[in-house]
Design a protein around this ligand. Structure first.
Ligand code: FMN
Length: 187
């Protein structure tokens, strides 16, 4: 069986991001037939602007994101919550991936959302908003994939998520749910 690629976009730009760490733990726990690629540098992508989204002239960081998303079998957003919603850097990435309208990299692409946030619900508002946005962008939203870890900054202050047995168990549940998900729809 050929390997499946999951492209992970992290909704925090912080070097010490607990969501980046969660993405690392997800990559480390991937089944053998799955490659998890963590896309670096969402922070280098300019704010979406139709004036600069011109064929042949798309900013390099946005073009690289689109290429990576096109190549991936599945997209996994790993995000905290910022003021009850999706952090701007991640929303910007979603906007770039949503265009050209009807034919963006998210069209028909299986897409799941997980993450950790400081609040007691682990950022579920942001996750729901992210699902809504990618769904509007045409993605096939994998609603059955759920993981929201509360208390990010405290829980992972001393322990990396890869060494947190409960989180590792939950990550296995994420891969089980991903394995049950249908393949990409035709765009
Ligand atoms: C601008 C800002 C807004 C935030 N708003 C929320 C929020 O609405 N809900 C929440 O649970 N945490 C909120 N937090 C706390 C983040 O969830 C917490 O800092 C998280 O660990 C950030 O993710 P990171 O560790 O991957 O950078 C906010 C943090 C920042 C910087």
């Amino acid at each position: 069986m050929s390997k499946k690629t999951i492209l992970t976009l992290v909704g925090s730009l912080r070097a010490g991001s607990t969501n980046l760490q969660l993405a690392e733990a997800i990559a480390l726990n991937a089944p053998e037939q799955v490659d998890v690629v963590i896309h670096e540098s969402l922070g280098n992508i300019p704010f979406y602007n139709e004036d600069i989204d011109v064929e042949g002239q798309v900013p390099a960081a946005a073009a690289a994101l689109r290429a990576a998303a096109n190549e991936a079998d599945t997209i996994l957003l790993v995000t905290p919550e910022h003021n009850g919603t999706v952090p701007a850097s991640l929303k910007n990435a979603i906007d770039w991936l949503s265009r050209p309208f009807g034919a963006g990299a998210l069209s028909g692409k299986p897409t799941a959302v997980v993450g950790t946030a400081f609040g007691q619900f682990g950022g579920v508002w942001a996750q729901d908003e992210a699902r809504k946005a990618v769904g509007i962008a045409g993605a096939q939203v994998l609603e059955n994939v759920k993981l929201a870890v509360p208390g990010s900054m405290v829980r992972f202050a001393e322990v990396h998520p890869k060494d947190d047995a409960e989180v590792v168990e939950q990550i296995k549940g994420v891969f089980d749910a991903l394995a049950e998900a249908p393949a990409a729809e035709a765009a």
